[in-house]
Design a protein around this ligand. Structure first.
Ligand SMILES: Cc1ncc(C[n+]2csc(CCOP(=O)(O)OP(=O)(O)O)c2C)c(N)n1
Length: 273
């Protein structure tokens, strides 16, 4: 009889250091539920992150993981997936990590459409470094480290992902781990680059986000009929609506065979001038 793998089996022995009430606990729960639903083999799964509170997530999983450099999770994950297409690769990070220092990689990962899943825990603030404004911070927020006369327009991640070419774009909420797990499951199943923007409150630096549980409209998004309709919703729709906004119809791609060259002497020879 095959052993049924449970969500808790994917957790590592490390206890999360997130603050009490942090939304990232709900994301961790959702990730383990999605992995269990997909019956992913732990040794065939890799979770890659950058730096930030949210980027600690791989440490709390008993899969392979890599906690790397701020903003650079996507290129690491892209290299891994190209070298090992047989692995399920999931990338996690925060709005600062992905949309600020990592924004260039975000756009090009959408274009390249390598088959992996990106989970962005958006708390609209730099949590780890104590509350500076992030690209998704709205103009209503004041912070001692932001200048009052410079009010940048919040970055629209879903619209950017659509325009840049992501074939799967969704929004979830950490306070709805079951709904989020369903979205993550579908994102991992999508045969291409999948973006899941997750509303994940920072109750310390953005305490008003405790209200998100009353403001989120669960499962209000259903996949749009075409890209223009998806873009219209991303630009002008309710930013608290969760669900799958866009899922491009496509056949499942067969994994491409590894192309990485491992013969170091041959690589050195090829680069010799
Ligand atoms: C190259 C570099 N620049 C700046 C930092 C400092 N830093 C660490 S985490 C972080 C922002 C984290 O914010 P976010 O990605 O939104 O994650 P959160 O902590 O809110 O989950 C910054 C600026 C760093 N570690 N490395």
């Amino acid at each position: 009889m095959t052993e049924i793998i449970k969500p808790a089996d994917y957790k590592s022995d490390l206890k999360p250091v997130w603050c009490p009430g942090c939304g990232d606990f709900g994301v961790l729960a959702a990730v383990t539920r999605a992995f269990a639903a997909l019956e992913l083999e732990k040794h065939q799964t890799a979770v890659i992150s950058g730096i930030g509170c949210s980027s600690r997530l791989p440490a709390y999983l008993d899969t392979y993981g890599y906690h790397g450099v701020h903003g650079r999770a996507l290129p690491v994950a892209t290299g891994l997936k190209l070298a090992r297409p047989d692995l399920t690769v999931v990338v996690t990070g925060g709005d600062g990590d992905m949309y600020s220092i990592g924004a260039g990689h975000f756009i090009h990962a959408c274009r390249r459409d390598v088959n992996m899943t990106l989970l962005v825990m958006d708390n609209r603030v730099y949590g780890m470094t104590k509350g500076q404004p992030s690209p998704t911070t709205g103009p209503e927020v004041t912070h001692p480290m932001s200048t009052a006369d410079v009010r940048a327009r919040p970055f629209n991640a879903l619209a950017t992902a659509l325009v840049a070419g992501a074939g799967f774009v969704a929004r979830g909420f950490s306070g709805d781990p079951d709904g989020l797990a369903r979205i993550i499951t579908e994102a991992i199943r999508h045969p291409g680059f999948a973006v899941v923007e997750i509303l994940s409150p920072c109750v310390v630096y953005r305490p008003e986000q405790k209200q998100w549980k009353h403001q989120v409209r669960r499962d209000a998004l259903i996949p749009a009929a075409d890209l223009n309709a998806a873009l219209e919703l991303a630009m002008n729709g309710d930013e608290m609506a969760t669900g799958i906004l866009w899922r491009e119809k496509r056949e499942r791609q067969a994994p491409t065979p590894p192309t990485a060259r491992t013969d170091v002497a041959a690589i050195a020879e090829a680069f010799r001038v």
